[in-house]
Design a protein around this ligand. Sequence first.
Ligand code: ZN
Length: 314
Amino acid sequence: MSDKLYTSAVEMVEVGPRDGLQNEAVQISTFDKLALIERAIAAGSRRIEVTSFVNPKAVPQMADADAVCAGLPERDEVTYIGLVLNGRGAERALATGRIDQLGAVCVATDTFAQKNQRQTSDQSVEVAQELVAMAQAAGKTGQVTIGASFGCPFEGEVAEERVVAMAEQLAKANPVEIALADTIGVGNPAHVTRLVKAVTGVIAPIPVRVHFHNTRGTGLANVWAAIAAGVRTVDASIGGLGGCPFAPSAAGNVATEDVVYMLERAGISTGLDLEKLIETHRWLTGVMDKQLPAMVGRSGGFPKPAETLKKELA
Ligand code: ZN
């Protein structure tokens, strides 16, 4: 029997600079955001959600989107993603000349869609299709995230059929992938398995990406279930920061270092350097001036690298 389960490699998308920071009350400087992005690249990240082009009054933390883009390192091998909710945001993102991929968002319920982006759920699907088309027309790529795929903070349970139907519509725009987001962290592995398989069934060969928040401690189990169900791209944020300004009590994303530890130890390569992520966790703890949710970031990996052991024994 092979010691590799399901797959030998998974692609990680670093969402820390956007989803990780957007809900933080303390304004993080553009300088520190760029330092976080540079550290992520140094740790091996090749797809990074760098900012969002949204109303700065609604999300003050992202008001420096243009400045962040202007300061992005010139790295051809890195795909920079800008999150957008409407045509104006997409125009801004494309005008920076630094965004490689637009990330559109639609939401599975009307109440949350209205609060998040002043659209009905159906409108959010239409707009997301248009945003993907705008990216493609500009010679870029577009992908779509379906927010509240596993449950809504306002309407409660979300029917799986609703998410599948949205994905089927979105696939017509030919996005590079469609992400299922557990925005408020209510999903469980069995739900993830069912939904990933059902959505894959209607959008293949377009792949499914997953985006989990660890609000109720099911984040890592959900990542594992998604990979077992065929997912090969996973969102995560360094330190496990994150939340949604429009979703009450949503906690952080699954932490990049926790996911990387789990997968690498299981024989699934992520292309990321765990020690560099842990180092970045320590740095980010200082920047945020508080303990971060990530567990491996605090405890360290296992086994310890030879270099660390040598230093400790000296
Ligand atoms: Zn999120």
